[in-house]
Each structure stands twice: as C-alpha cells, then as structure tokens.
Design a protein. Structure first.
Length: 119
C-alpha cells in the first residue's frame, strides 16, 4: 500500500498531538518532561540591586520595623494599664469578660512583638 505525502503528514501530526513517541518521566508515568527553551544562566546576579541600594532598603526596613515595635510596645503599656485598672475595679469573686479579652489581646501583641524582635 502506497501512502501519499498528505497522509504521511496527517499521521505525523496526529502522532505528535497524541504524544506518541514522547519522552516519559522516570517511573513511567507517561507525562511529558517540561522542556526549557534555554538553559539557566548562572552568570546573572539574581539580585539586580547595587550594594548601596540594598543597604538603603535594609536601613529602611529596619527603621520601619523599629517604628512598629515602638508603636506596639506603647500599645502594650496602655493595655496593661487598662487591665490593671479593670482588675482593681473587680472583686475577688468576679472578673469581667472584658478583662479576659484584654489579657488575651495583651498576650497576642506581646508574642507578636517578641517574634519581630527575634527576626
């Protein structure tokens, strides 16, 4: 049986679309390996910033971090003072729900400040 050029072309197109003859990943899963058009370049610096720009960004981040730490510690002081006043108002047999909520808020904020101080 003789095949014409059009039939051969159709068979090749069908084979490429269905994945016949494609490479398989190790393990025989039948999935095609992704191909990259260009190999990775190791001579390009992943950080396009100059050392001066990087230092400026680091300085800016540190000053923002310091500002947030100061604001949060001031808020901690205010909350702690409010908690003390609320506890002083309560009797030995009663604590309000607000006191417990305020103590939880102080705890969350204190943990947040502690984590930011570490890193």
């Amino acid at each position: 049986m003789r095949m014409t050029g059009g039939v051969i072309l159709a068979v090749l197109v069908l084979a490429s679309v269905t994945g016949a003859g494609s490479q398989q990943m190790p393990g025989g899963s039948g999935m095609q390996q992704p191909s990259t058009p260009y190999p990775p370049r190791h001579d390009i610096d992943p950080n396009p910033l100059s050392p001066d720009q990087q230092a400026q960004m680091d300085k800016s981040r540190n000053s923002d971090r310091q500002r947030r730490l100061i604001a949060d510690t001031e808020k901690l002081v205010v909350l702690a003072n409010q908690l003390k006043v609320d506890v002083d108002k309560s009797t030995k047999d009663t604590l309000s729900v607000d006191v417990i909520k305020k103590a939880d808020e102080i705890e969350r904020l204190a943990r947040s400040v502690k984590e930011r101080m570490k890193g």
